[in-house]
Ligand binder design. Structure first.
Ligand code: AMP
Length: 179
């Protein structure tokens, strides 16, 4: 009896499976040229082991916490990665530093903030890292761009979809802006 050929799609092409984890990064800037900062952040983050898939639109958002500062420009980026969660955090922090971020006032102005919102379906709780991001579910400036990219995505802790989380947020001014 002859061996069966490997399973193929009807077209004859082998089906393409993503090789890494799907991760969503929240980017924000409210100092200097905010558009250039976000563009540069995406360029610097992108690497062979952190592959950019899609970018949301840009959202201008009212600062939370310390109100007496410029409005933020926010965006969510979808990547596929072979990195482990803590390696991704270090990579993100390196890019924050490269863009001149100084950690001074909590929730204060910054050239770049990178948050790991979701890392596949992983739940991480360690000293330096909590995933899903501990506050993403209450922030319209994160959920609106995230819903643009993947509204059906579910939070691995609560199993609520991004659409459901967004519907539950009250207040907070966000405005989608032209690039
Ligand atoms: P922030 O000043 O808001 O950028 O907070 C940065 C701190 O939050 C860093 O010291 C990180 O170790 C920690 N952190 C915990 N969870 C996350 C996450 N999901 N994404 C980014 N930073 C995180």
């Amino acid at each position: 009896m002859s061996a069966l050929p490997p399973a193929r799609e009807p077209s004859g092409r082998q089906s393409k499976q993503p090789s890494g984890k799907l991760v969503y990064l929240g980017l924000g800037s409210n100092l200097g040229d905010r558009y250039a900062n976000l563009r540069s952040a995406v360029e610097q983050l992108t690497a062979p082991d952190l592959r950019l898939l899609r970018l949301s639109g840009l959202y201008e958002t009212e600062p939370i916490g310390l109100r007496d500062q410029a409005w933020f420009l926010n965006q969510v980026a979808e990547f596929e990665t072979d990195l482990m969660p803590l390696q991704l955090l270090r990579r993100a922090q390196k890019v924050e530093r490269a863009l001149g971020r100084r950690r001074t006032v909590r929730n204060g102005p910054r050239t770049l903030d990178v948050d790991i919102l979701l890392f596949g379906s992983a739940v991480v709780d360690c000293d330096d890292l909590t995933v899903p991001h501990p506050r993403y579910h209450e922030r319209r400036f994160v959920l609106a761009p995230l819903a643009e990219l993947n509204p059906a995505l579910r939070d691995p802790r609560t199993h609520q979809s991004v659409t459901q989380l967004l519907q539950a947020v009250r207040g907070q001014a966000v405005r989608r802006v032209q690039e």
